[in-house]
Ligand binder design. Structure first.
Ligand code: CTP
Length: 458
């Protein structure tokens, strides 16, 4: 029996895929199809896959050409599969011409003609999500650069109260519409990315939601729980996505770390410590008391995330110890008491600490080196050092591409569920940061503003 093998992502299964599988099958008697896993795709820089792995496998099966479907999980797996399944022919589309000649040592290699005029990329570009940006400072610049790497979205407009800055932003980031007002911006997009100083978030988010736009809002979201509740309720009432642009939450390594901790690999979590500090210019708005500056207001949302994700939202008490200067905290240490765990974080705009994170459990601990909020690597450590493990996952560029991709996918899943008229709960994609977590993180910020258990040091 002549065995043929081929590989692909097979996202949004199309005629080109069907033709390729038919041609591959015609080369022998038995066709094995390797479908790439989500993790492998992310590792090789393909972060835009629309369909889940199961959907892609089903599509390959339903084509009727595959006799066997396997998963492709790592670089170099092709050689091992060819040997293991005793494959005679490796077939792939002509867009890969020459790239797999190294397999000729193991079997025959055939490049099949590619079907013109169709590709998953092209299909993903259909009806892109049109995003408008409000606020055109540094973070918006990084967002625009990373957004280019995410398919299925288009940056259509930008607005800033600083007209000159906005003009420069639109021209350097190739954004067509320089909106004259926020309303003008709302008219030119389906979703808004709010990248303005945090004390303006409530107003912009509310206006965007009232205008029927999905929202991705920079951190910190808002500092008052009443505002957070109102905005979350408004989004749900209007069936819109409201997500927080907390880039750490969407990093592949951070998600894996949280799932591992939740599944008990280090036993019961007894303590978490994380720190985020940057030395900031004293004249910066971030240090301006009248603009709600200060280390807690600016940075607490970063270390608050792993704490509420892994220990839950039900903390009993937080003590804050702040070193103050000109009315703002240049450094704050927060200490949490849960029913059966503790946690702490340090944030600073005028002091520097090691920016790592440790999660301590009854069986071992996880160590994430600085800067932990750009997690791409962590270690699991035990009493018996032979059990220690290191985990590496991708974190490319500024890491914003993961949150942008998640936002685009969440909006698209919501649209799909609306268009298929499915009212079932399961059909709606859930945000990585849950409403309860958003509320808990806001409660931490609010406790601080209310000076609850705040000890001001000189
Ligand atoms: N293929 C093809 N003709 C097309 C598109 C894909 O023959 N028009 C082939 C590819 O050459 C490959 C297989 O189908 O052998 C799976 O390709 P995949 O990368 O999953 O599909 P693309 O549509 O090329 O996806 P993307 O646009 O994301 O690169």
């Amino acid at each position: 029996m002549k065995k043929v093998i081929t590989y692909g992502t097979f996202d949004l299964f199309h005629q080109g895929h069907a033709n390729l599988l038919r041609r591959a099958k015609e080369l022998g008697d038995y066709l094995i199809v390797g479908v790439t896993t989500d993790n492998f795709d992310i590792q090789r820089g393909k972060i835009n896959t629309h369909d889940s792995l199961m959907t892609r496998i089903e599509a390959v099966r339903n084509s009727g050409y595959a006799d066997q479907v396997i998963l492709e999980e790592f670089n170099g797996q092709k050689i091992s599969d060819i040997i293991r399944y005793n494959v005679d022919v490796f077939a792939i589309g002509s867009d890969w011409e020459g790239k797999f000649d190294y397999l000729k040592e193991y079997c025959q290699v055939v490049y099949l003609p590619r079907t013109e005029g169709v590709s998953s990329t092209m299909l993903r570009h259909k009806n892109p999500l049109r995003i408008g940006i409000v606020g055109t400072g540094n973070i918006a610049g990084r967002f625009a650069d990373e957004a280019r790497l995410v398919q299925h979205i288009e940056l259509t407009a930008a607005y800033s109260t600083d007209e000159n800055q906005c003009r420069e932003f639109c021209s350097s980031k190739c954004i067509e519409v320089q909106a004259k007002s926020f309303e003008d911006l709302l008219g030119a997009c389906d979703a808004v990315y709010v990248a303005t100083p945090h004390f303006t978030h409530y107003d912009y988010v509310k206006r965007a939601l009232l205008a029927g736009k999905h929202v991705l809002c920079e951190t910190p979201f808002v500092l008052r729980t009443s505002e957070a509740r109102e905005l979350l309720d408004l989004a749900s009432e209007k069936n819109l996505i409201l997500m927080i642009a907390h880039k750490t939450a969407y990093c592949p390594a951070f998600s894996q770390l949280v799932f591992m901790v939740k599944s008990g690999v280090i036993g019961k979590v007894v303590d978490i410590n994380a720190s985020v500090t940057t030395i900031t210019d004293e004249n910066s708005e971030k240090m301006d008391v009248s603009k709600f500056g200060g280390s807690m207001n600016e940075n607490a949302c970063f270390p608050a995330l792993p704490i509420v994700k892994m220990l839950g939202t039900d903390f009993r008490q937080i003590n804050f110890y702040s070193i103050m200067k000109n009315g703002v905290d240049i450094y704050t240490k927060a200490v949490f008491r849960y029913d059966s765990a503790t946690a702490s974080f340090q944030v600073g705009l005028g002091a520097k600490t090691e920016g790592n994170m440790t999660i301590s459990g009854t069986k071992g601990y996880i160590y994430v080196p600085a800067p932990w909020w750009k997690t791409d690597y962590f270690e699991m450590r035990f009493e018996d050092q032979n059990r220690n493990r290191k985990y590496f996952l991708p974190f490319d560029g500024e890491g914003l591409r993961y949150e942008i991709r998640d936002f685009a996918m969440t909006v698209s899943m919501l649209k799909d569920s609306v268009s298929s008229d499915s009212s079932s709960e399961e059909s709606v994609h859930r945000s990585i940061i849950t409403e309860d977590e958003i509320m808990a993180m806001t409660r931490i910020q609010e406790n601080y503003i209310n000076e609850t258990n705040l000890f001001k040091l000189k």
